[in-house]
Design a protein around this ligand. Sequence first.
Ligand code: FUB
Length: 434
Amino acid sequence: MLSGLLALTATCAMAQDPLIQTKYTADPAPMVYNDTIYLYTTHDEDDAGNFKMLDWLLYTSTDMVNWTDHGAVASLKSFDWVERDNGAWALQVLERNGKFYMYCPIHGNGIGVLVSDSPYGPFKDPIGKPLVWQREHWEDIDPTVFVDDDGQAYMYWGNPNVYYVKLNDDMISYSGEVVKLAKNPEHYQEGPWTYKRNGHYYMAFASTCCPEGIGYAMSDSPTGPWTTRGYIMRPTAKTRGNHPGIIDYKGKSYVFGLNYDLMHIDTYKHHERRSVSAAEMHYNADGTIQELPYFKETTLKQIEPFNPYRRVEAETMAWGYGLKTGVFDKGGIYVTHVDNGETLLVRGVDFGQGAKTFTVSAATAKQGGLILLRLDSPTGPVVGTVKVTPTGSADTYRLSSCDISGATGVHDLYLCFMGEAVQDLFNLDYWMFK
Ligand code: FUB
């Protein structure tokens, strides 16, 4: 228990790095839609040595610090033509005219496209073949797509060269030839992220390997020439890889990237087990971008308080090191691998005038345990304790409640798990305060 608490306080004190702790996530592709951030990521398997990547994940947030896990929204199996059993590399998702287009590179098999009516999927392959595949080399990775003000959509990609095509309005085909940039942006390695902001065209990218930082180039035109203007984050020995995703959200700008900080809690032996982090970034008046220190040296501020007076999916958290998430047969996600001494943190919870009760939906085939609700730290004041008793099976969920006292105003909420069993105390579906 003590080591769990130490890991939590050691890694959570300065910055929320990384954003997701229940899985290894990489290659962040954030998309803002209807006031929510949809953060699509790739997925390094827990036992990955080299790249072992089978599916693409989705997380959502409205405050940048508390993220809800929606599981895998597409996988290599989404494409009938994919011959490989590995290689679900860096994607991007874009909304256009109410449809959501997911551009997925399959390393060594080209770039495919999936379409859905919802950002949560299901995503289906509308063309049954790669959108792009230059079979003479393996450079077709890391697609990024944006739509210019005149309605022309562009897809860029590539390592170590940059290619682009003009997508047709259907977003699932293109016109003209694949163009290779005559001159790469200086320091370019891979992972382009192209967008337009205040009349400037930007291409952020993972800079020359290794270690990779996040560089960026600007242009007056979507087809270049691109001039490197500096680093958003300099290469540092603190992470071997990086990969940008950039958004504006609720009046602020954010850069997402990747690192090995979660894995480093366990081991410094190198594996491709990466995690996504984010930092607020700032533009200068001339459109250039201010350089940031490494993720761990930045502080991610919560945009707005968290409302606990509704059904909150248990897989919503700011920190949950040691926990895992599973998928219900009927769909939906639950929290599992809840061990004695582990903690789930939800940041900046607004209890307002005061909460009176707490209810949790939990399942356990064992003897269950306790959830202590603490404020502001894993050893902070206990405002309620709920007992989870045996429900007969790990799939049979039952509601358990407790009274709450002393929870008013805005606090970080720690769900602290205790039980006689060392591991797998219970599974959690959702919770709510009243
Ligand atoms: O995640 C697999 C590959 O590693 C990506 O496609 C590259 O950008 C690098 O992050």
